[in-house]
Design a protein around this ligand. Structure first.
Ligand SMILES: Cc1ncc(COP(=O)(O)O)c(C=O)c1O
Length: 383
């Protein structure tokens, strides 16, 4: 291998390889939309919703404009507002807590499990007690299927049921994964996902979807998606949003959904190769019993005392990108630091924010390229 080949940059997520694989089918899908010109609520939106319902097992799928809107719409439909508390993990992308705060309700941040990075049941219980102590009314819990791995839905569901809370699953990163043999999309009252391009199932812009078995909620969500429209188009019966998924994005997603199962399998092979190659030098992610992952991210933890910036720089020098998800947990961020955290604090979230780093991960990462990444990681650690 000459020096030039060795240092050729590797993409963090290879959207181009997928685009090449899908080739003309995407061009043709877009051309069909350009021909019929129904850019809003075109037939592809209904087709996609039906395909996603079949894929997930959910009775209703409501496509929408983003994962953030998907979360917000459910909270709006359930009329969350000031005085209400929603329990969410702090170690997550900001949209999880942001959607709560946008309704006027209070996000109460809870800790995550050290091995899976997902919501910790004991901290959830403490967070509910904290909310009550502060005079808030706990209404909902939002587990996140972080980095692609399903959360512990039995544990979260049992606590939520005992406390009378509804569960909104944030599967923005985990859609396609399963829990105890059941695909995400059917846990709790509703599930939200994102089709942001970098997600395991992504479109070519912004997009999202909500999954639910609840008929009444589905109807309300369809109304909220279009300004709170009632049966008379000009009599809006509630507050809503402009939160539709573009027909063009739906057409693209239909094509991508066709290869999604195959891509999930490929992502799992990549994850296994990383675990074999790196398991004895860094902490590699672990799947909990009954959980699968779509590996939205492959996130390792560096050994105690390792210099993360130096490690990232060493990889970068060899053309290998990395990313830190998340250098600050939500409760450590400027906009969110005044919201409550579960009694006892969130030490795991804070530790993870200090030592995680994510490596390139996508369905088209071939073995030789991955071997280069593994060798570089091993080299950077031993240095
Ligand atoms: C956990 C989580 N929730 C919500 C979202 C929001 O999705 P979107 O970017 O489509 O609004 C994301 C997106 O990154 C996410 O990772």
């Amino acid at each position: 291998m000459n020096q030039q080949v060795r240092s050729q940059p590797i993409p963090f997520i290879d959207i181009v390889a997928q685009r090449q694989r899908l080739g003309r089918s995407i061009d043709e899908a877009v051309s069909r939309v350009l021909a019929h010109c129904q850019f809003i609520n075109g037939p592809e939106v209904t087709t996609l919703e039906a395909a996603l319902a079949k894929f997930s097992g959910a009775r209703h799928v409501i496509a929408c404009a983003s994962g953030t809107d998907a979360l917000l719409m459910v909270l709006m439909a359930k009329q969350l507002g000031p005085g209400d508390a929603v329990l969410c993990p702090s170690f997550t992308f900001c949209a999880t807590g942001e959607a709560v705060a946008l309704t006027g309700a209070t996000p109460v941040f809870v800790d995550v499990d050290e091995a899976t990075f997902n919501m910790d049941a004991a901290s959830l219980e403490r967070g509910i007690a904290t909310a009550k102590r502060l005079g808030l009314k706990p209404r909902a819990v939002i587990p996140v299927d972080l980095f692609g791995q399903s959360a512990d839905h039995d544990a979260v569901g049992a606590i939520a049921a005992a406390e009378g809370l509804f569960v909104l699953d944030d599967a923005a990163q985990g859609f396609g994964a399963s829990y105890k043999g059941r695909r995400l999309g059917t846990f709790g009252l509703a599930t939200a996902t994102s089709f942001f391009p970098a997600k395991p199932l992504g479109c070519f812009g912004d997009g999202g979807a909500i999954f639910t078995d609840d008929d009444e909620l589905a109807e309300r969500l369809r109304s909220i998606r279009v300004h709170g429209q009632g049966s008379d188009k000009y009599d809006n019966v509630r507050l809503g949003l402009t939160a539709r998924l573009d027909t063009m994005q739906a057409a693209i997603l239909i094509e991508k959904l066709g290869i999604f199962e195959d891509e999930i399998a490929a992502r799992n092979e990549v994850a296994e190769r990383y675990a074999r190659g790196l398991g004895n030098v860094v902490t590699v992610p672990r799947l909990a019993e009954g959980c699968t992952s779509v590996w939205a991210q492959y996130t390792i933890r560096l050994p105690k005392g390792a210099n993360r910036d130096g490690f990232a720089a060493a990889l970068k020098a060899q053309g290998i990108p990395s990313a830190i998800y998340y250098p600050k947990s939500m409760h450590q961020q400027t906009a969110y630091r005044y919201f409550p955290v579960a009694d006892g604090g969130l030490p795991v979230s804070e530790r993870l924010s200090g030592d995680v780093i994510s490596l390139p991960m996508h369905a088209y990462l071939d073995e030789p390229t991955q071997a280069r990444i593994i060798a570089a990681v091993r080299g950077a650690i031993s240095a």
